[in-house]
Design a protein. Structure first.
Length: 316
């Protein structure tokens, strides 16, 4: 029965890691729900409750052509009896055949609206600055709606992600919880919930996001918890060239991991996360005695769609 909570924790039996004194386990959030998997369930659920409690009947959100978030909002909105609107980056897509991702969103009743990339950026900038003119323009076009940001990250989403920590067996000072970082909400929630001595490490999937993503996580902590946390950091060297990029060495790592451990890996987030974890172990930055929990935030794309999302953005 769905959702599957708590999500399972799987031990990874790897002699290479064992020789270096590092224990690795996977927090299988990809198994939470077949349509709203992983961190999407954790981030969306508190927002959907807030929307219903606020008397909203429509969700409005934003994303790219292969956005995991867009698909999740469409499915979750349908389950909650809410209409959904997805503002999609790229007006050239309006008359093109729907890709598998957008087709799934429409199948759950989402209205897709395609806008130019410049208009998309301008709208998101206005929302980020709480510009009343931007909010008024959205309401004039689509009526009263509960607005979810690109990627679904806000304070409620970060608090939803924090619940993951309560599901870990006996978290303690030797624990390092790792996750991929697209918008920062999952990392912010994990770091805020960890016990004293434990650490959180995020692996950016965006190229050139130094400073920006770190600032986003710090801002979520300030808005959501009223304080800073010093138990986290973001690694910016494992994006593989940018979001949607899967270089040959990353693909080789992912394929070998799948063959050895029987777990298929989503490439844009999860493979980069694990690639980074193994590199940090190799470099000695994850020291002997570390117990590493890697959060599998989502499932791989359908096999017939693999490799089709290059050039997408997070929030993807």
């Amino acid at each position: 029965m769905w959702p599957r909570l708590p999500s399972p924790v799987w031990d990874v039996v790897d002699p290479w890691l064992a020789d270096r004194g590092v224990e690795l386990r996977l927090k299988r959030d990809d198994l939470i729900h077949p349509l709203v998997p992983g961190n999407k369930w954790r981030k969306l659920t508190p927002n959907l409750r807030a929307a219903v409690e606020g008397g909203h009947t429509r969700l409005l959100t934003f994303g790219g052509a292969y956005s995991n978030h867009i698909r999740a909002v469409a499915a979750a909105g349908a389950a909650y009896g809410l209409s959904t609107v997805g503002v999609i980056r790229g007006d050239e897509l309006a008359d093109a055949p729907r890709n598998w991702s957008l087709a799934r969103a429409e199948a759950h009743g989402m209205e897709l609206v395609f806008v130019t990339r410049s208009a998309y950026r301008e709208t998101l900038r206005g929302l980020g600055e709480d510009d009343p003119g931007t909010l008024r323009a959205l309401e004039e076009r689509w009526g009263r709606a509960y607005v979810l940001p690109e990627g679904g990250t806000n304070v409620l989403a970060a608090r939803g992600a924090a619940a993951l920590v309560t599901e870990l067996p006996d978290p303690g000072p030797g624990d390092v919880v790792c996750c991929a970082v697209g918008t920062g909400g999952t990392l912010a929630g994990i770091a805020a919930a960890l016990p004293a001595g434990a650490r959180a490490v995020g692996f950016a999937v965006l190229k050139g996001a130094e400073g920006y993503l770190d600032g986003e996580v710090a801002a979520l902590h300030e808005r959501g918890w009223g304080r800073a946390f010093g138990n986290w950091r973001i690694e910016h060297g494992y994006h593989g060239g940018g979001y949607g990029r899967v270089p040959a060495k990353l693909e080789a790592f992912a394929a070998e991991f799948e063959a050895r451990h029987g777990v298929r890996l989503e490439r844009r987030y999860v493979a980069k996360l694990l690639w980074g974890v193994y590199r940090l172990v190799e470099q000695g930055e994850l020291a002997p005695g570390s117990r590493v929990t890697a959060v599998v935030t989502g499932p791989p794309d359908p096999e017939d769609a693999a490799g089709s999302a290059g050039g997408a953005r997070p929030g993807a």
